[in-house]
Design a protein around this ligand. Structure first.
Ligand code: SME
Length: 150
Protein backbone atom coordinates (compact mmCIF):
# COMPACT_ATOMS: atom_id res chain seq x y z
CA UNK A 1 0.00 0.00 0.00
CA UNK A 2 1.40 3.34 -1.07
CA UNK A 3 -0.15 5.60 1.55
CA UNK A 4 0.98 8.78 -0.15
CA UNK A 5 -0.62 7.76 -3.45
CA UNK A 6 -3.76 6.61 -1.62
CA UNK A 7 -4.11 10.02 0.00
CA UNK A 8 -3.69 11.73 -3.38
CA UNK A 9 -6.25 9.38 -4.96
CA UNK A 10 -8.74 9.91 -2.13
CA UNK A 11 -8.21 13.65 -2.27
CA UNK A 12 -9.10 13.43 -5.97
CA UNK A 13 -12.21 11.35 -5.19
CA UNK A 14 -13.32 13.91 -2.63
CA UNK A 15 -12.81 16.78 -5.03
CA UNK A 16 -14.68 14.80 -7.70
CA UNK A 17 -17.60 14.33 -5.39
CA UNK A 18 -17.64 18.08 -4.72
CA UNK A 19 -17.80 18.62 -8.49
CA UNK A 20 -20.67 16.14 -8.67
CA UNK A 21 -22.61 17.94 -5.95
CA UNK A 22 -22.27 21.23 -7.81
CA UNK A 23 -23.32 19.46 -11.00
CA UNK A 24 -26.48 18.14 -9.32
CA UNK A 25 -27.41 21.61 -8.08
CA UNK A 26 -27.01 23.02 -11.60
CA UNK A 27 -29.28 20.27 -12.93
CA UNK A 28 -31.82 20.94 -10.16
CA UNK A 29 -31.99 24.66 -10.96
CA UNK A 30 -32.30 24.06 -14.68
CA UNK A 31 -35.00 21.39 -14.30
CA UNK A 32 -37.07 23.07 -11.58
CA UNK A 33 -37.26 26.72 -12.57
CA UNK A 34 -39.02 27.37 -15.88
CA UNK A 35 -37.35 30.72 -16.61
CA UNK A 36 -33.82 29.36 -15.94
CA UNK A 37 -33.12 28.28 -19.53
CA UNK A 38 -29.33 27.98 -19.26
CA UNK A 39 -27.56 27.51 -15.92
CA UNK A 40 -23.82 27.44 -15.43
CA UNK A 41 -21.21 27.79 -12.70
CA UNK A 42 -17.99 29.65 -13.46
CA UNK A 43 -15.01 29.17 -11.14
CA UNK A 44 -12.11 31.58 -10.78
CA UNK A 45 -8.88 29.86 -11.74
CA UNK A 46 -5.62 31.72 -12.42
CA UNK A 47 -7.52 35.01 -12.44
CA UNK A 48 -9.94 33.87 -15.16
CA UNK A 49 -13.54 32.68 -15.02
CA UNK A 50 -13.59 29.06 -16.17
CA UNK A 51 -16.88 27.35 -16.99
CA UNK A 52 -17.68 24.40 -14.74
CA UNK A 53 -20.90 22.37 -14.78
CA UNK A 54 -23.71 23.72 -16.96
CA UNK A 55 -27.15 22.67 -18.20
CA UNK A 56 -29.02 24.07 -21.16
CA UNK A 57 -29.94 23.45 -24.76
CA UNK A 58 -26.46 24.20 -26.06
CA UNK A 59 -22.84 24.82 -25.10
CA UNK A 60 -21.43 28.34 -24.86
CA UNK A 61 -18.26 29.44 -26.63
CA UNK A 62 -17.48 31.60 -23.58
CA UNK A 63 -15.83 28.93 -21.45
CA UNK A 64 -13.03 31.23 -20.31
CA UNK A 65 -13.79 34.88 -19.45
CA UNK A 66 -11.31 37.47 -18.13
CA UNK A 67 -12.28 39.21 -14.86
CA UNK A 68 -13.91 42.52 -15.82
CA UNK A 69 -15.16 41.34 -19.22
CA UNK A 70 -18.84 40.80 -20.01
CA UNK A 71 -21.61 40.67 -17.43
CA UNK A 72 -19.91 37.65 -15.84
CA UNK A 73 -16.59 39.46 -15.56
CA UNK A 74 -18.29 42.53 -14.05
CA UNK A 75 -19.88 40.50 -11.25
CA UNK A 76 -16.56 38.73 -10.61
CA UNK A 77 -14.80 42.10 -10.35
CA UNK A 78 -17.24 43.89 -8.04
CA UNK A 79 -18.61 40.92 -6.09
CA UNK A 80 -22.11 42.25 -6.70
CA UNK A 81 -25.02 40.45 -8.35
CA UNK A 82 -25.74 41.65 -11.89
CA UNK A 83 -29.25 41.56 -13.35
CA UNK A 84 -29.64 42.43 -17.03
CA UNK A 85 -33.31 42.86 -17.99
CA UNK A 86 -32.58 43.23 -21.71
CA UNK A 87 -29.30 41.80 -22.96
CA UNK A 88 -29.63 43.76 -26.23
CA UNK A 89 -29.33 46.99 -24.25
CA UNK A 90 -26.21 46.14 -22.27
CA UNK A 91 -22.90 46.86 -24.00
CA UNK A 92 -21.05 44.53 -21.63
CA UNK A 93 -23.10 41.50 -22.68
CA UNK A 94 -21.15 38.66 -24.31
CA UNK A 95 -23.62 36.87 -26.54
CA UNK A 96 -23.93 33.12 -26.16
CA UNK A 97 -27.40 32.11 -27.34
CA UNK A 98 -29.72 33.87 -29.79
CA UNK A 99 -32.72 33.04 -27.61
CA UNK A 100 -31.39 34.77 -24.46
CA UNK A 101 -33.28 37.94 -23.44
CA UNK A 102 -32.18 38.47 -19.82
CA UNK A 103 -29.44 37.29 -17.48
CA UNK A 104 -28.46 37.12 -13.79
CA UNK A 105 -24.95 36.59 -12.46
CA UNK A 106 -24.44 35.93 -8.74
CA UNK A 107 -20.94 35.86 -7.26
CA UNK A 108 -19.93 32.97 -5.00
CA UNK A 109 -17.65 34.09 -2.16
CA UNK A 110 -15.49 32.44 0.47
CA UNK A 111 -15.24 35.12 3.15
CA UNK A 112 -14.47 38.24 1.14
CA UNK A 113 -12.77 36.36 -1.71
CA UNK A 114 -14.77 35.84 -4.90
CA UNK A 115 -14.27 32.22 -5.99
CA UNK A 116 -16.87 31.83 -8.74
CA UNK A 117 -20.38 32.67 -9.83
CA UNK A 118 -23.76 31.33 -10.84
CA UNK A 119 -24.74 32.49 -14.34
CA UNK A 120 -28.31 32.05 -15.58
CA UNK A 121 -29.73 33.04 -18.96
CA UNK A 122 -33.45 33.31 -19.62
CA UNK A 123 -35.39 33.39 -22.89
CA UNK A 124 -37.91 35.65 -21.14
CA UNK A 125 -37.24 39.42 -21.02
CA UNK A 126 -36.67 40.83 -17.48
CA UNK A 127 -37.13 37.33 -16.05
CA UNK A 128 -35.12 37.88 -12.86
CA UNK A 129 -36.68 39.53 -9.81
CA UNK A 130 -35.52 40.35 -6.29
CA UNK A 131 -36.80 36.86 -5.34
CA UNK A 132 -34.35 35.24 -7.76
CA UNK A 133 -31.58 37.50 -6.44
CA UNK A 134 -32.24 36.60 -2.78
CA UNK A 135 -32.70 32.91 -3.58
CA UNK A 136 -29.53 32.66 -5.68
CA UNK A 137 -27.41 34.70 -3.25
CA UNK A 138 -28.45 32.30 -0.46
CA UNK A 139 -27.64 29.37 -2.72
CA UNK A 140 -24.24 30.89 -3.59
CA UNK A 141 -23.41 30.92 0.14
CA UNK A 142 -24.49 27.27 0.42
CA UNK A 143 -22.35 26.27 -2.58
CA UNK A 144 -19.27 28.12 -1.38
CA UNK A 145 -18.11 25.42 1.04
CA UNK A 146 -18.41 22.75 -1.67
CA UNK A 147 -16.16 24.53 -4.13
CA UNK A 148 -12.43 23.86 -4.35
CA UNK A 149 -10.30 26.95 -4.83
CA UNK A 150 -6.78 27.24 -6.18
N1 SME B 1 -23.44 36.47 -21.21
C1 SME B 1 -22.29 36.31 -20.38
C2 SME B 1 -21.35 35.27 -20.91
C3 SME B 1 -21.67 33.87 -20.46
S1 SME B 1 -23.01 33.17 -21.25
O1 SME B 1 -24.23 33.88 -20.85
C4 SME B 1 -23.17 31.60 -20.82
C5 SME B 1 -21.57 37.63 -20.19
O2 SME B 1 -21.98 38.64 -20.77
O3 SME B 1 -20.58 37.69 -19.46
Amino acid sequence: MNYEKALKDIDFLLSESKEKKIDMVVTYLHDHVAHYNWVGIYLIKSNMLKLGPWRGPQATEHTSIPIGKGVCGAAAKTGKTEIVDDVKNDDRYLSCFLSTRSEIVVPIKKGKKIIGEIDIDSDTPAAFTEHDKTFLETLADMLSEHICTD
